[in-house]
Design a binder for this molecule. Structure first.
Ligand code: IPE
Ligand code: IPE
Ligand code: MG
Length: 251
């Protein structure tokens, strides 16, 4: 997990905060669960679109650690939908050679779901060019806590000295240790917050907030986000002049 992306002009890794399923359904007089069902279809569309648009890493925020606080019936419906999604999608992922990963406290999920995730992860582990990651029971703060415990343990065991701890030490202990940093985070539904998603990994990500509710999100919306991203300048602390010089030198 480095700071700069592989290609500065095109997003290699997009993180999606898929928000607005409930409001999409409310507007239509439907149940929130119906909104989540439509949200699953948007997931399938976007996974397909990423491959077509040459985006190699996609991370979908599917269930936050805070989402357990929702009504039990909604939580149960979401867990069932995730199971269904995996049952339907695994074949497609294999066919399209997309590697699946999951980040978050997976042991906190229903055992049956964890098992399905592990099976799908195993079934796609030989792939690597295309990567889909589901953030499940995920919280950036929990991730920092878990990484800190792992580091503290390594120090206590004498495997690591305190002086040697740097960001790289943390990066290697994060759930995302095998992923590049996200270049772009998109949040749908008009909310302009990160809600505990990839907080550290997004340190230098571009952020795009769109009004579209997640169930309405299409390939065309994704293309528009990529276009906006491509027009931005990522400076990583440099001046604009330095960035331009660097670009010229790399040509
Ligand atoms: C996102 O849609 C899906 C999850 C958080 C699981 P919401 O369910 O948050 O939809 P709104 O924000 O209530 O409209
Ligand atoms: C963030 O959406 C979590 C997911 C998209 C899975 P929420 O709807 O839970 O976020 P808040 O509560 O509005 O910040
Ligand atoms: Mg929401």
């Amino acid at each position: 997990m480095g700071t700069e992306s592989k290609s500065p002009n095109y997003p290699n890794h997009i993180g999606m905060i898929m928000d607005g399923n409930g409001r999409w359904a409310n507007q239509r007089g439907l149940s929130r669960n119906k909104g989540h069902q439509q949200g699953v279809e948007a997931c399938q569309r976007v996974v397909k679109a990423c491959q077509e648009l040459d985006v190699h890493y996609l991370t979908l925020y599917a269930f936050s650690a805070e989402n357990w606080k929702r009504p039990e019936s909604e939580v149960n419906a979401l867990m069932e939908l995730l199971e269904l999604y995996l049952a339907k999608e695994t074949k497609t992922l294999i066919q399209k050679e997309i590697r699946l990963r999951a980040i978050g406290r997976l042991d906190g999920l229903p055992a049956k779901l964890t098992k399905s995730i592990m099976e799908a992860v195993d079934a796609t582990s030989r792939f690597g060019e295309w990567n889909l990651t589901l953030a499940l029971n995920y919280s950036s703060r929990n991730e920092m806590v878990d990484a800190s415990k792992a580091i503290a343990n390594a120090v206590a065991q004498g495997d690591l000295s305190i002086e040697d701890i740097d960001w790289d030490t943390f990066a290697k202990c994060m759930y995302t240790k095998d992923l590049p940093d996200p270049d772009l985070i998109v949040r749908t539904s008009g909310e302009t917050r990160l809600s505990n998603f990839l907080m550290m990994q997004s340190a230098y990500a571009e952020l795009i907030f769109t009004e579209t509710f997640w169930p309405d999100f299409t390939k065309a919306h994704l293309e528009e986000c990529i276009k906006i991203y491509c027009a931005r300048e990522r400076r990583y602390g440099l001046t604009g002049e330095q960035v331009h010089k660097k670009k010229l030198a790399n040509k």
